[in-house]
Design a protein around this ligand. Structure first.
Ligand SMILES: [Fe+2]
Length: 283
């Protein structure tokens, strides 16, 4: 864990990340040394597309939750939709059972989910947006699903709810299922967010937006949108094959993958990690 500053050394002291050059008191050998203490980074473990429906899917979730060592314990877990494969109550109950640890977590619905059932089992706010704070970061989760459809759409009432939830936050992370940008994959792009400009308007209205996190396309994704980083987490369930003509479209034998986002005063660093041992043992 580290905050990266351009050209700077970095190390941790007593739980704080230390970074930056101090040129005022060079050491006896003349080398520059570290002396500026900055706040700890906030770490988000980002999961997506769990598609919980059986013991195999549950096992992949459990392995993903164990992917980080205790020394890299995240501050918050965000799950960007397709929690359930069929939107059934028992699938959400299974999620609650898996998330019994003491790390706070927040979800948004995906096209496989049932927001009404999520409200009953997970406490999802059917206004279409809800938030969770950790350190000085507020994660705001949005519902961009369209009942009965695979594509997404950001409705005005959800935009309004998200703005109200985020407007007084110091740092905002927006979490939604559908990426606002095309992937370059014919099928994935056919079921994308139909009105990305609405999300762009929301980002512009919330200038403290540091990061947008997404799922849906079942592959890691990193780009920019409205001047902000957009990062998609790989799927826990099955990875998208790069060839849109491939059948099946996804590979269920792939390793479950997660994204890790570290937000600090110098920006955001995202990395992707895969439970390769899980893939081999699950075959
Ligand atoms: Fe999915």
């Amino acid at each position: 864990m580290a905050v990266v500053a351009d050209g700077a050394d970095e190390r941790e002291r007593g739980g704080s990340v230390v970074t930056g050059w101090d040129t005022h008191e060079p050491q006896s050998n003349g080398n520059l040394h570290c002396s500026v203490t900055l706040p700890l980074v906030t770490t988000l473990l980002h999961l997506s597309d769990l598609h919980l429906d059986d013991d195999l899917a549950r096992g992949r979730l459990d392995r993903a939750l164990r992917i980080l060592p205790p020394s890299r314990r995240p501050d918050l877990i965000v799950i960007t939709g397709d929690l359930a494969d069929h939107g059934r109550r028992e699938e959400y109950v299974d999620l609650v059972s898996a998330m019994r640890g003491d790390i706070p977590w927040i979800v948004c619905p995906g096209n496989h989910d049932d927001p009404a059932l999520m409200a009953q089992v997970l406490g999802w706010d059917q206004s279409g947006a809800m938030s969770l704070d950790v350190d000085d970061v507020r994660v705001v989760a949005l519902d961009v699903t369209v009942p009965g459809e695979d594509h997404g759409h950001l409705r005005p009432e959800v935009t309004d709810a998200a703005f109200r939830a985020a407007e007084d936050a110091e740092n905002v992370v927006l979490a939604l299922h559908h990426p606002p940008v095309p992937l370059g994959h014919e099928y994935a792009d056919s079921i994308g967010l139909s009105n990305p400009t609405a999300l762009g308007d929301l980002v512009i209205a919330l200038p403290r937006t540091r990061l947008v996190v997404t799922g849906h396309v079942h592959t890691a994704l990193a780009t920019t949108f409205a001047g902000r980083p957009v990062v998609g987490a790989p799927s826990l369930a099955a990875a998208l094959r790069p060839d849109p003509a491939a059948r099946p479209l996804t590979d269920a034998g792939s390793a479950p993958g997660v994204a890790l986002h570290e937000l600090g005063p110098d920006g955001v660093r995202s990395s992707f990690h895969y439970a390769w041992d899980a893939a081999t043992s699950a075959a």
